[in-house]
Design a protein. Structure first.
Length: 258
């Protein structure tokens, strides 16, 4: 199987399980009348992100989020030719997971849809800030050689968890257009859906630029620009580089793109 196809399939699988477990926990909570609880839902998101990063990061980078993919591309840390396949795969995985949840549980809990509970303007601000901090952490663990190796999955998972803990009751704490798209498609719930694309995309684009600005002059990035990155660093270090990718192997990469 071609490397680009294999990576896209991995992104679809990773996003499928992100939505199956995250919004799935919210649906189970509704189905069982509160046995999971808000903290339980937030932990479900944190745990599944950690698991997917360690399971798939070395294959695709475990972006499992269109905004992460586009933010990496915006700072020349992900090839433009892979952006559309990644985004389509992520969205397909999310939609498939939501339909699977609907088949198992029925239309409970609004399919785990993300909906603004504090007004459109304030919800946009919350989603933007949560997306910003998530991408800031991703940029640190994926691109900076000064960050301890091996902990990217934990750092990113904890960030998703505390964002969900704080922002879940306010906006759903999506930070991920695909995560919001799946329940919207399966449940036909499109209220203020644009927030969950525009806020994560702009917030993560800003965070990627901000981290590049914060990196001191003369400090080498762990992975050269133009090399495909994942949450843990360079992707596919165990195998030969794909066509068009540099063959130079850095000594250290990020979470799954090393």
């Amino acid at each position: 199987m071609r490397t680009d196809v294999r990576r896209a399939v991995a992104e679809a699988l990773g996003t499928f399980f992100l939505v199956l477990i995250g919004p799935g926990a919210a649906m189970v909570d509704a189905y069982t009348e509160g046995t999971v609880g808000h903290a339980g839902v937030a932990l479900a998101f944190a745990f599944v992100v950690v698991a997917m990063i360690y399971a798939l990061g070395h294959i695709s980078g475990a972006h499992i989020n269109p905004a992460v993919t586009i933010a990496f591309w915006s700072v020349r840390r992900f090839p433009g030719r892979h952006v559309l396949p990644y985004v389509l795969a992520q969205c397909a995985g999310a939609v498939a997971a939501s339909y699977t949840l609907g088949a198992v549980l029925g239309p409970v809990g609004s399919y785990g849809a993300t909906l603004p509970a504090v007004g459109v303007g304030r919800s946009f601000v919350v989603e933007w800030l949560l997306s910003f901090v998530l991408m800031l952490v991703v940029m640190a663990v994926a691109t900076d050689e000064r960050v301890a190796t091996g902990f990217a999955g934990i750092a990113v998972g904890l960030t998703v968890g505390f964002c969900a803990m704080m922002g879940g009751p306010l906006t759903g704490a999506s930070m991920n257009p695909a995560r919001s798209l799946g329940p919207a498609v399966a449940g036909g719930i499109w209220a203020a859906h644009w927030i969950y694309w525009v806020a994560p995309l702009t917030g993560m684009l800003a965070a990627a630029r901000a981290y590049e600005f914060l990196r001191p002059a003369g400090t080498a990035a762990s992975v050269p620009r133009g090399v495909p990155l994942g949450v843990e660093g360079r992707i596919d270090t165990a195998g030969p580089p794909s066509a068009g990718e540099t063959a130079d192997r850095p000594t250290r990469g990020g979470p799954e793109a090393r």
